[in-house]
Design a protein around this ligand. Sequence first.
Ligand code: PMP
Length: 428
Amino acid sequence: GALPEHLQETIRRRNEVLGPGYTLIYREPVEFVSGHGAHLVDREGNDYLDAYNNVPCVGHAHPRVVEAVSRQMAAVNTNTRYVQEALVGYAERLLATFPGGLSKVSLACSGSEANDLAMRVARFHTGGEGIIVTRWAYHGLTREVASFSPSLGPGSPLGPNVRLIDPPDPRLVAPGSTLAEHMRLQVRGAIDDLERHGYRLAALVADCAYSSDGIFTDPVGYMQAVVEEVHAAGGLYIADEVQSGFARLGDSMWGFSRHDVLPDIVTMGKPMGNGLPISGVVFRPEVAEEFGRSVRYFNTFAGSSVPVVAAAAVLDVFDEENVQQRVVENGTALRAGLEELTQASPYVAEVRGSGLYIGVEVVKDPETLAPDRARAEDIINDLRDRRVLISGTAKGAHVLKIRPPLAFSSADVARFLEAFAEVAKVRL
Ligand code: PMP
């Protein structure tokens, strides 16, 4: 159908005033005026099922977060140059979710800033400049972080100090080898090539969900081999938990724990404050000692009172509403339903993912695995027309990205699968 007039008009005005680079999602863009749980409501009062947004992790407009933020905003919002008991308390609670050794936290305002700081620390500590990331990774938007975010494409060139490795896709493993061995060899090759070009390794940065690569959460267990190679070359392992953190993958609070490895630095953001801008860098104190002595890091808004109480409220809800357990249950049901609905389709190569982060790989042919971007886009827009929101990922934009608020309920799973079944009947 045609877009409502008010939307057309807002979009026209938007194009007049917003800078370059802004894109809208869906052929028929949508504007929301309220939300609750995993639901969004448009101006006409239509209810949409949000199966895409990870930032409002405990649910849109969660009363606990709203109340904490409103109260703090009405009282005071101070920065980290003043003593803030709430900040200290939050840092203690957050660090308690990490294994021993990862015992310090710095705050920032976005995932990009967190990764930017992490890389500055890694460069300082190692004296190296070399960086290894996966082939279609996204880590952020600052000049430094963009230089190791290949998914930004050719308009945003990679640094000469950056090397790419495969994401952990078991289908790339040669017969007779293992995923761990495949990943180890990739990393070894990247380190050798960096050294040949005069770069010592600073860090390997890996998104624990490999979101932009196409979502590769399983099998786990190959990271030990990877981290061994990185450490042997004098580099650090930076776990980017901006996507995978805060129980997104269900069976653990942090994606790296599923591999039984200890990163040197962990970065997080997006869901941390349920929409308030707060991100974090958690690290082993040894790696940041020299940096801390030599560099002043003051980030005006980072760790100020309002985002910190939002982040604390998120952890409260995790405890009170047993969020992680629900992610496991509803994620398992969602994935099982998707597998059932797609198993007979020649256009679905794989349903993969963990917890409430699921990818459905849409291909032209199950043998060649050639990406079918057009079909994926049709599915995404058909679902949107049924008021169910998802998007796509991977280089070919052909992997359906299903990543709802963690507040997704069993009723939401049922509604999602019902809509997906209708779309699948036509498209898959
Ligand atoms: N790392 C990963 C894995 C991300 O997905 C993103 C955002 N998509 C970032 C870092 C950057 O976070 P932000 O947009 O908050 O700067």
